[in-house]
Design a protein around this ligand. Sequence first.
Ligand code: 2AM
Ligand code: CA
Ligand code: CA
Ligand code: CA
Length: 265
Amino acid sequence: MYWVEIDNYAKQWIKEAGTRIKKSFDQTLTIETKSNANDLVTDMDKDTEQFFISKINETFPEHKILGEEGLGDELEELKGIVWIIDPIDGTMNFVHQQRNFAISVGVYEDGVGKIGLIYDVVHDELYHAIEGNGAYMNDLRLKPLKEVPIEEAVIGLNSTWVIKNKRIDSNLLAPLVKAVRGTRSYGSAAMEMAYVTAGRLDAYITLRLSPWDFAAGLVLIKEVGGVATTLNGKPINLLEQNSVFISKPGFHQAVLKEFLNNGEW
Ligand code: 2AM
Ligand code: CA
Ligand code: CA
Ligand code: CA
């Protein structure tokens, strides 16, 4: 079957890319900044993206590629088969901690998510899914998500979104932070989406992500019955920056209603 074949290649390449990244740990990194002083990119981000592009072009020349570092194609639509790649998600962690980063690869056909792969390189945990066939962490099939009451929920949320910032009134999420059991911030959106899929987090909320941050995670979460929308409860647009609220279904509904004014904020 077609998607199984593509998935097999993608898994092989993501593991190979992970090995290359691990090998770079004892080499000196070239670190540059992008939109601001804390928005980092290294030669390994670009190198890894180029690695995928070469493999894909060689094996599937008709496929298109959208990557964070911009070495792939410039796309205005998602027609045909498109690989959406974040070569290193959590670059700051990669630079500072040499852990808690992931490679994220989503494969879409005419805008529909077909394959989702998130690889936690250091822990050697590969979260993977083909649409309609369930989600896995390595060989373990991930279970459908169970409901959680708000007061027992542990959610992924960066403290950026509860202090003064330009995207959201810092007071909006404070009552939710108070109501849940705990908040966590791992610094890798892809990993946090994988954690929601695996039931390690009950939800993940963020105000600013790009297609490569969530392309794979959206495929994964669907397979375990999770819900993903913007923080206004609207569909996520695969070609734009979005806020993202991904969680267990009952929790999603309850939080939108009780804490987010049904998305009208
Ligand atoms: P990145 O490491 O691939 O840039 C950090 O909280 C998370 O947000 C990471 O997944 C990071 O992805 C993502 N992110 C998205 N846009 C960002 C930006 N402009 N600056 C820093 N991190 C960003
Ligand atoms: Ca980045
Ligand atoms: Ca990213
Ligand atoms: Ca990245």
